[in-house]
Each structure stands twice: as structure tokens, then as C-alpha cells.
Design a protein around this ligand. Structure first.
Ligand SMILES: Nc1ncnc2c1ncn2[C@@H]1O[C@H](COP(=O)(O)OP(=O)(O)OP(=O)(O)O)[C@@H](O)[C@H]1O
Ligand SMILES: [Mg+2]
Length: 572
């Protein structure tokens, strides 16, 4: 007896609908796509009860005539492509002819539409995938699609919907993502009587960034563009301080289509690199534009992923644009004002020479200006100098823009890390043999793991031998780490080496360098001499990435005169 059956049409279309419509937010996505494709420049979205009761999208686009209205609910009915090759020159967001039939299969649907050059419009009603009626009606030019009672005929799926608030959040997210790049279209989102979001038209995407990311984040965004291998990248990179524990504020667009692409997200994360703390994600908007023939949009049922012909090229282009922009943007720590007659940027040496050091104070800082500051012009014409050390932990410096605090441990960590990395690359890590080699008492498991990685550790400057049992002897270490606390260091790298099983060799070495830098660097609470402070700042000035320690923590914090004056209400 045969066990295979052809599913009834109703069941088949509900299954197909499941791939397109997961929740009210997916309906908002699809209907917005359609309104944008219809050339509208005003689009209104109205929802009720998290979209479970109603999602309605009204636009002033090209509208549909009676025949098109009757066709648009048929599966694979689309005006956007005619054959497969059209997919590779696609300019529209839709292309499958799946959205409306899918929505219709699981809701009660009403579409009212009038073409601008027609006097009369039509209203079509359907529910659960069944056509009900079509009537003439008066209507404004454009289309309005009303979706009621989502999943009324599939109660099992209705149960998967979340609370009204959560579903509204999904809607808001979908709305924001889709609307962001189309700054010449007016969008509004209403929840019942309340307007949640209005996006007016403007000249550029910038106003949208302010509305969607908030003034502070938007104002701090670094804007950049790059062209590489025929792929144009435009990026708005939020400052690392505003990063989040979730990647929900990384907006990525390929030819204006919002996608959720792990590969491109990875490229962005790599571009930020160590500027981000572990587990943090930036707030950022990325536009990638390339010839449609080089990207396949037909790989995901919700059109939220794409496939590139040359993924590595795109990945590298994006990573580079992000890294370079952030590098340029990270203001050099020390600067002489041009008006003081100096170069825009003082060299490290000049800085060191100009630097005047006040005596470090143990508990708090007393600022004793060396010369009277002239407030006449409102701007003090001072050069950079170190004022002292705060709690033996932070260097306090005067710079032309105001006050600069530097975390001495984080700063030195960065310096040591980069120096170790350079030496490792040139296989020139300087090692220093101990006169009396220290013994390390580790657990059996720990010592086994360390011995297993003996070769790697040797390449980093550690010469280790077994001393019997679980005791190890340390013969030599990289000179830069001579004064580290060995037991603590080895405990930390054991867990890292365990993790190394799943990391690439390069990544493991990099993590090891980070831990080495941390243990080799001067500590918080360590008193520094004047010369040490100058040396530290000079070396930091020369670092590749002076803004963050290898773990991603910030190295310095600047307080501009404007901020200081604001704090004292000298300005408003
Ligand atoms: N708001 C609208 N204004 C004008 N025409 C519309 C509108 N919405 C849909 N249509 C027409 O109905 C057709 C079917 O829409 P539907 O969303 O189902 O498919 P699609 O947009 O072509 O492809 P996709 O399934 O990828 O969204 C569209 O191709 C378009 O011609
Ligand atoms: Mg569509």
C-alpha cells in the first residue's frame, strides 16, 4: 500500500505561508516592501494589539487595477520578474509572488486599491486563502492592505505569538530596518491611537539615524565610504562606548535590502576588532552596493539573506573600510593647537620634551599650573603636559582640548601587547633566562595542558620543563614579562589553552599575547616616576591602536573644555 499522499491545497498553502509569515512583524516587512516597490512616497502602518488583531499598510503608490487585484493573491503572481535571469538584475525588494498569498492563507485580508489615472478603485476581500468578493469603491490613489486576525485558522501557530509588547517590538524593529535607507519616503507607524514613530523625508539618511539610534549615538557615528573590487560600502559606525551586549543594532543592507547576515556582521566585528570589549556589539549601519549580477537574493524564504559570488572579497572590503575609518577617527591623544604655532600633531618626542611634570600625589591630585593661564580669549593657549598621577592608577594630563585621564595599566597593556606581537611576527621575542628558575606548582591536569603546548609557549619566549609530578620549572621568559606573577599567569593561560582546542592557532596565540600583555604590564596602584610617565605616553603615542587595551577597554577618557564648562554651567 502506498503511504505517500498529495496534501490538500489548503494545507500546502498554509505550510508555504509558514515560511513567509512567522509573526505580525513579518507582515509589516512584506507590506512595506510592496509599498516601496510600488513607488509610494507616503506610507502609513497601523497596528493593533501587537499586530495580532490588525496590521494595515496604506500607500500612495502605483495601485492595482481590477485584474491585477484578482491575480495578486495567486501564488507565484508577480509583476516584478518574468524569468530566473531577472533575479540577477533585480531592483525591487519583492520577486517571488509569495507574500500576499501567504498572508492571505493565514488571515482575513482586505485590499483596497486605485490606480492614480483611474476614477474608480476596487476592494477585494479574502480569508484563509479563499477569495470572497471584489467590489467597486471610491478610494484615494494607491493601495491599502488590511490584515486582520492573524492565524485565526491555524490556532496552533497563533500560540507561538508572544506578548503584545514583544510583538510590537518586532514590528518596530522591522519598520525601522526597512524604512531607514529610503529617506525620500515619509513613513509613520501607529499603534492604535498612538503614533510610535514618524520618519519624515529628508536629504540624507542622517536624520533617520538620529530618530532610530538617538542623538548621542548618531552624533558620535563615524561616516565613511569605500570602493573595493566593484563593491561600494557606506558605513555609519557607532562609537565603541555605545556598544551593546546584543547585535540587534547592526543594520546591514545589500542594494538597499535589509538582511541579517552573519558573514557581514562578522566582517564588521573584525573591523571594530579590539575596540570592542568581549561579547559587545556595535551600533552601526552598513550599506553595501554592488552589481545585482554578483549577488543571489533568492536564498532565504524571508528574503533576509543573500549569497555573494565572491564572499571573501566583500568580507575583506567591509572589514577594511570599518577598521580604517575607526583608525582615522580615533583622535590622536596629544595634539598641539595650530593657533599656538605648532604642527597639528606634535610628535611623540616633542611632546615628551614639552611635558612638564607636577609631582605625583598619593591620594588626590592638586593641580598647580606652571604658568598663569590666560582666560582672556576664553581658550587657554597651553600645550600638553602631565599634571600628575591619580591614586597611582591614572595619569592626569592637560591637552589643548581640555583634560585627559589615562588608565596606566590599560595603556601599558596596549603597548606591551603590540610590542610582543611585533616581536612574535619577526620571531624575535627577547628571552631572559632566570638565575634561579621559579617552580610552578600546578594541578596535574593544568601541568599536562601546559606541557602539551610547550612548543607554542616556546615560540612566545617561555621555556618550560617538567620537574616531576605536576611541578614545572620555568627556565626563561620573554624579557618584557620578567616581573610577572607566574602562578597566576599560568593558571589563566591553562583555561585559554583548553579553549584553544576550538580556536585557530593564530587566534590562540593572539589570546596568549593578550594575557601576557596583561600580566607584563604595569599595574594599577603602581607609582610611576616622571620619566616613566613620559615614556609611557611616548610609547602610547606610537601605538597602532592607542585608544583601547587588547581586551577592548578604553585607555583614555577626554574631558573637553566644553564639557568641563558645561559641568560648571559656564556655558549652557
Ligand atoms: N502596495 C502595492 N501597490 C501596488 N501593487 C502591489 C502592492 N502590493 C502588491 N502589489 C502587486 O501584487 C504583486 C504580488 O505581491 P507579493 O508581495 O505577493 O509578491 P511580490 O512583491 O511580487 O514578491 P514577494 O513575494 O517577494 O514579495 C506584486 O508583484 C505587485 O504587482
Ligand atoms: Mg512583495
Amino acid at each position: 500500500m502506498s503511504a505517500i499522499r498529495i496534501l490538500p491545497e489548503r494545507v500546502a498553502s498554509q505550510i508555504a505561508a509558514g515560511e513567509v509569515v512567522e509573526r505580525p512583524g513579518s507582515i509589516v516587512r512584506e507590506l512595506l516592501d510592496n509599498s516601496i516597490d510600488a513607488g509610494a512616497d507616503r506610507i502609513l502602518v497601523q497596528v493593533k494589539h501587537g499586530g495580532k488583531v490588525l496590521v494595515k499598510v496604506t500607500d500612495n503608490g502605483c495601485g492595482m487595477g481590477k485584474d491585477d487585484l484578482l491575480l495578486c493573491l495567486e501564488r507565484h503572481a508577480t509583476s516584478k520578474i518574468g524569468e530566473i535571469k531577472d533575479l540577477f538584475s533585480i531592483k525591487t525588494l519583492g520577486f517571488r509572488g509569495e507574500a500576499l498569498p501567504s498572508v492571505c492563507a493565514v488571515s482575513r485580508l482586505e485590499i483596497t486599491s486605485r490606480e492614480p489615472d483611474q476614477l474608480i478603485g476596487y476592494k477585494l476581500r479574502a480569508e484563509g486563502g479563499k477569495f470572497r468578493s471584489i467590489d467597486e469603491t471610491g478610494a484615494p490613489a494607491g493601495t491599502s492592505v488590511e490584515v486582520r486576525d492573524l492565524f485565526f485558522n491555524t490556532p496552533a501557530r497563533r500560540k507561538f505569538l508572544r506578548s503584545e509588547k514583544t510583538e510590537t517590538d518586532y514590528i518596530l524593529d522591522a519598520f525601522s530596518r526597512i524604512a531607514l535607507p529610503f529617506f525620500n519616503i515619509y513613513f509613520r507607524l501607529d499603534d492604535g491611537e498612538r503614533t510610535l514613530l514618524t520618519l519624515s523625508t529628508s536629504e540624507s539618511v542622517t536624520n533617520r539615524l538620529v530618530t532610530l539610534f538617538g542623538r548621542d549615538v548618531a552624533a558620535g557615528m563615524t561616516e565613511t565610504q569605500g570602493l573595493d573590487a566593484g563593491c561600494r560600502v557606506k558605513a555609519y559606525l557607532g562609537p565603541a562606548e555605545f556598544s551593546r551586549t546584543r547585535g540587534d543594532r547592526i543594520f546591514i543592507y545589500v542594494n538597499q535590502r535589509n538582511i541579517k547576515d552573519r558573514f557581514l556582521t562578522h566582517a564588521v566585528m573584525q573591523g571594530y576588532g579590539q575596540r570592542l570589549m568581549k561579547g559587545q556589539y556595535p551600533q552601526t549601519v552598513i550599506f553595501v552596493d554592488l552589481d545585482p549580477s554578483l549577488v543571489d537574493v533568492n536564498v532565504h524564504p524571508m528574503k533576509q539573506e543573500v549569497r555573494f559570488q565572491q564572499p571573501q572579497v566583500i568580507h575583506e572590503a567591509l572589514r577594511k573600510v570599518v577598521d580604517e575609518a575607526l583608525r582615522k577617527h580615533s583622535t590622536p591623544t596629544f595634539r598641539t593647537p595650530a593657533e599656538a604655532g605648532g604642527d597639528a600633531r606634535a610628535t611623540a618626542k616633542e611632546f615628551a620634551l614639552r611635558t612638564e611634570v607636577a609631582e605625583p600625589f598619593q591620594e588626590y591630585l592638586r593641580i598647580e599650573p606652571q604658568e598663569p593661564i590666560s582666560w582672556e580669549a576664553g581658550v587657554p593657549q597651553e600645550n600638553s603636559r602631565i599634571l600628575g598621577q591619580l591614586r597611582d592608577t591614572y595619569l592626569v594630563c592637560q591637552i589643548p582640548e581640555g583634560l585627559l585621564l589615562i588608565d596606566q595599566h590599560a595603556a601599558h597593556e596596549r603597548i606591551v601587547y603590540e610590542s610582543l606581537k611585533r616581536s612574535m611576527r619577526d620571531s624575535k621575542i627577547e628571552r631572559q633566562a632566570f638565575l634561579i628558575p621559579p617552580k610552578l606548582e600546578l594541578s596535574l591536569r593544568e601541568s599536562r595542558i601546559v606541557l602539551e603546548k610547550k612548543e607554542d609557549l616556546y615560540s612566545l619566549g617561555f621555556e618550560i620543563e617538567s620537574f616531576g609530578g605536576s611541578t614545572l620549572v620555568l627556565r626563561s621568559v620573554p624579557s618584557i614579562m620578567l616581573n610577572a606573577g607566574w602562578e597566576a599567569f599560568f593558571r589563566e593561560i591553562v583555561s585559554l589553552l583548553e579553549e584553544g582546542e576550538v580556536l585557530t592557532h593564530e587566534k590562540t596565540l593572539d589570546r596568549l599575547l593578550t594575557v601576557m600583555a596583561c600580566h607584563g604590564a604595569i599595574r594599577a596602584g603602581q607609582k610611576l616616576s616622571r620619566d616613566e610617565m613620559i615614556l609611557l605616553l611616548t610609547q602610547l603615542e606610537e601605538a597602532d591602536l592607542p585608544t583601547n587595551c587588547p581586551h577592548g577597554r578604553p585607555v583614555s577618557r577626554k574631558f573637553t573644555y566644553y564639557e568641563i564648562e558645561k559641568m560648571f554651567r559656564r556655558v549652557v
